[in-house]
Write a protein that binds this ligand. Structure first.
Ligand code: GDP
Length: 206
């Protein structure tokens, strides 16, 4: 598992607090309660890495995790790699002012972060993309940044329903010119965990 051994580095309220912009990183985004922390923990194989309980303060930060240096093959030095957990603010309890702050910060981050290789967007498979998800997909289309969507909580729906949701999402991404890929996922059942790890490692290496 290339994401094994991920370690908390820092929590940032502003872009200026992020680690030096070198190496490679992949950002995780998702509406609050979509299952982003659970997905991060499942991917890293570390239950307590990201906090899954409702800790409101925690959602209002960019949380950086360092990965062990990623082997890049013969003759190339290992790659400094990170995962960045972006705040989820697509819900009503977040004051409008704070939502605007994070919208600006995330927009700037996606446009300016040189080491950013892609976005992993966590979407609850039971709910079609909501405005927050659409905004993230639009950002990716606008910045030509690859997006990998995890349709999570797949254990809560029938197999046919999961396949239909995946097909609809892929079609939407194609139609909207969103560069990237999508898969079915479940942190609880372990569905798609290997596939997602490989995709993220591939993004980091690009
Ligand atoms: P976050 O706010 O996006 O970080 O969401 P959390 O990871 O904290 O998850 C929100 C709720 O959904 C929690 O009650 C989790 O236990 C639950 N949850 C997360 N992922 C899954 C999943 O794959 N399957 C099921 N059944 N529940 C999940």
């Amino acid at each position: 598992n290339p994401l094994q051994g991920a370690q908390f580095v820092l929590a940032a309220h502003r872009l200026g607090q992020l680690p030096a912009d070198r190496g490679a990183e992949v950002a995780f985004a998702g509406r609050s309660n979509a299952g982003k922390s659970s997905a991060l923990n499942a991917l890293a194989g570390h239950k307590g890495l990201a906090r899954t309980s409702k800790t409101p303060g925690r959602t209002q930060q960019m949380v950086v995790f360092a990965l062990p240096p990623l082997a890049q093959g013969e003759g190339r030095p290992p790659l400094e790699a990170r995962l960045v957990d972006l705040p989820g603010y697509g819900y009503a309890e977040v004051p409008a002012e704070l939502r605007e702050h994070w919208k600006r910060e995330i927009d700037a981050y996606l446009h300016r972060r040189g080491s950013l290789r892609g976005v992993v967007l966590i979407v609850d498979i039971r709910h079609p993309p909501k405005p927050f998800d659409r905004m993230m997909l639009d950002f990716c289309a606008a910045t030509a940044l690859p997006c990998h969507v995890l349709l999570t909580k797949a254990d809560k729906v029938a197999r046919g329903q999961a396949a239909a949701a995946l097909e609809a999402l892929r079609r939407g991404m194609r139609e909207d010119g969103v560069p990237g890929t999508a898969q079915v996922f479940s942190s609880t059942a372990g569905t798609g965990v290997e596939e997602a790890r490989e995709r993220i490692a591939e993004l980091l290496r690009t």
